[in-house]
Design a protein around this ligand. Structure first.
Ligand SMILES: Cc1ncc(COP(=O)(O)O)c(C=O)c1O
Length: 448
């Protein structure tokens, strides 16, 4: 039985709300949208009282979990002091302290932060900084940015340009002359051979026309194809050889998600620019950042032609910065990165126990960033056509059993990325639901 609030709110949503990547007919067919009215720890509750384990931390954001009082207190303290002032002309202590903290915790000489309202805007900023940097040095033809097939970096114009045909956001209605260039997708465990593939694309394009490569170091959107240990160091070397800026998009992987504070820390690699969002505030406020190496930031000092002409009214909102500072304090004091390493290893081990299922195509991951591949033929790795068909069936089976997951490129890979402090008992509950959902999926797909 639906609660009257559910019926009323669903009707209003269907009439007035435009949800991202959503077709109204699909929403109605799915009896949606589900209306979440309460959240605590790793659990979400809808208006009909159904509980769901949040297996993807609300689009990978809630690294510290839902309902953290310390983050609410930090927000209220900042609201009371200064609710808002624009960063164009004035600054509050929280913005300065956060920039300094990011310089301290990000790798190497990443030391200057440009704040944004969210992730896509941080990607825009990184690309614009890379292009202006080359331009100011007289390399005016360096405008192209390399991405990989299947990558997702957001939906603003710059971010669309580095989309790897994921959800078709690299959409030719908007970008017939895009400056993005798509290298092949990485394989799981990829190493120097993948760097050679990227280098081959750069050679074809002419290296002097390439400004940057933009990538998520863990290839999250690309089947969670966790790279081998030699990939990122070899890519760093290649960028240095060609004079190309390396942008590490740590919007998902940052802030402990992979078992270290940043994914780049696993490989001892310092990117030229790091983009951050999501875990930066654990989702308690929309905020993003591009953290830039000192030498690149220094190139923007000089006359007015050196000014970086970019900014959003809500870039580095003081409340977002205050929350982010407190969130980083929590991540550090509670050792959430180490917890992610331990819990992620346990989660992977438990998921491996499900390999007897007919649809189980394999699991892989780093920390609390795990990909589960769904297939219809384990021997060949064959999956449904389109691959999203099995992903959708499995995702709905999980939801029915009380677990929220996300399917990612090319549609048959499920992302499992819970809050980093998810207790063991809840990890066990999550695995039990996946166990049941794998059986449901086999029934629905293999016997159809
Ligand atoms: C790796 C990566 N980069 C960028 C973005 C875009 O961030 P936002 O949705 O805040 O614009 C996302 C969003 O999922 C992402 O996963």
């Amino acid at each position: 039985m639906k609660h009257p609030d559910t019926i009323r709110l669903q009707q209003l949503a269907r009439q007035h709300l435009w949800m991202p990547f959503t077709q109204l007919a699909d929403l109605i067919a799915d009896d949606g949208p589900r209306i979440i009215c309460r959240a605590d720890g790793s659990y979400l509750y809808d208006t009909d009282g159904k509980a769901y384990l949040d297996g993807v931390s609300a689009l990978e954001a809630m690294v510290a979990g839902h309902g953290r009082e310390a983050l609410l207190d930090a927000a209220i303290r900042q609201y009371r002091q200064v609710a808002f002032i624009d960063l164009f002309r004035y600054v509050t202590p929280s913005q300065i302290e956060l920039a300094a903290k990011l310089a301290e915790i990000t790798p190497g000489d990443l030391s200057r932060t440009f704040f944004t309202p969210g992730g896509g805007e941080a990607v825009e900023v990184a690309i614009k900084i890379a292009r202006q940097y080359h331009y100011m040095r007289g390399e005016v033809d360096r405008v192209k940015v390399i991405t990989r097939h299947g990558a997702y970096h957001g939906t603003t114009f710059g971010a669309m340009a580095v989309d790897g045909n994921y959800h078709a956001t690299r959409n030719y209605i908007f970008q017939p002359d895009t400056f993005g260039r798509i290298a092949p997708a990485p394989e799981v465990g990829c190493g120097v051979e993948h760097v050679r593939e990227i280098a081959a694309l750069i050679e074809r394009e002419n290296p002097r026309t390439v400004s940057a490569i933009h990538l998520d170091p863990m290839n999250t959107a690309i089947r969670v194809a966790i790279p081998g240990d030699d990939f990122l160091p070899a890519l760093r070397q290649m960028c240095d050889d060609y004079g190309i800026i390396l942008i590490a998009d740590e919007i998902i992987t940052g802030f402990g998600r992979t078992g270290k504070m940043f994914a780049c820390d696993h490989y001892g690699v310092v990117p030229d620019i790091m983009t951050l969002s999501k875990g930066l505030s654990s989702g308690y406020f929309p905020i993003g950042a591009a953290v830039v190496r000192g030498a690149i930031a220094d190139a923007f000092t000089g006359g007015p032609e050196h000014t970086f002409r970019h900014g959003h009214t809500y870039s580095g909102h003081p409340v977002g910065c205050a929350i982010a500072l407190e969130n980083i304090r929590l991540i550090e004091s509670e050792g959430l990165a180490a917890q992610a390493a331990e819990s992620g290893a346990y989660l992977l081990e438990r998921l491996q126990e499900l390999s007897h299922h007919a649809c189980f195509g394999g699991v892989r991951g780093k920390g609390m960033l795990v990909g589960l591949e769904l297939v219809i033929d384990k021997a060949t790795g064959e999956t449904t056509t389109p691959p999203g068909k099995i992903g959708l069936i499995f995702r709905l089976a999980c939801r029915e059993r009380g677990l929220i997951l996300l399917s990612i490129h090319p549609g048959n890979v499920m992302l499992i990325a819970p809050p980093l402090n998810m207790p063991r008992a809840e990890i066990d509950a999550l695995v039990a639901i996946i166990d049941g959902a794998l059986a449901d999926t086999a029934k629905a797909v293999l016997q159809s």
